[in-house]
Design a protein around this ligand. Structure first.
Ligand code: SF4
Length: 138
């Protein structure tokens, strides 16, 4: 049941590469329901069970909202700048010591084509490795 406080937000489902159009019903900044977008050519208002019901994680208290870096055996909050610098330093160290083929990266079937494109581009041009795979093979 929706009321006048409910806002409809159009989006694309990110669970798989099909890219179904969804309408999120949002109330008090919380998703309360998801339905298929009848105007979306891919799904014409239909969704699978994941697209329609798997959204509770969005508001889960356990969800990470900031980067964590393990220091002295414990995960500690950090800024994105610190986390990205930490990753860059570690990857550079591995590449210098063992070469680019010591690094591999997993892309994800649940992210966008653009994100997967950037992933492979980063691996091939910055790291210098073709060691790229994706979770859709598992
Ligand atoms: S609703 Fe289901 S089929 Fe459509 S994109 Fe989401 S996961 Fe894929």
């Amino acid at each position: 049941m929706t009321n006048s406080l409910t806002k409809a937000v159009k989006t694309i489902c990110g669970y798989c590469g099909t890219g179904c159009g969804l309408i999120l019903e949002v109330e008090n900044n919380q998703i309360i329901k998801i339905r298929g977008d009848k105007e979306a050519p891919v799904n014409k208002g239909q969704t699978c069970v994941k697209g329609a019901f798997a959204y509770k994680y969005v508001h889960a208290k356990e969800r990470l909202t900031e980067p964590l870096i393990r220091k002295n055996g414990e995960l500690q909050s950090s800024t994105w700048e610190e986390a990205l610098q930490f990753i860059a330093t570690k990857l550079s160290g591995v590449k210098s010591k063992w070469g680019p083929d010591a690094i591999s990266m997993f892309a994800c079937a649940r992210t966008t084509n653009e994100s997967n494109y950037v992933t492979q581009k980063f691996m091939r041009t910055v790291i210098g490795s073709n060691n790229i795979d994706g979770c859709n093979r598992t």
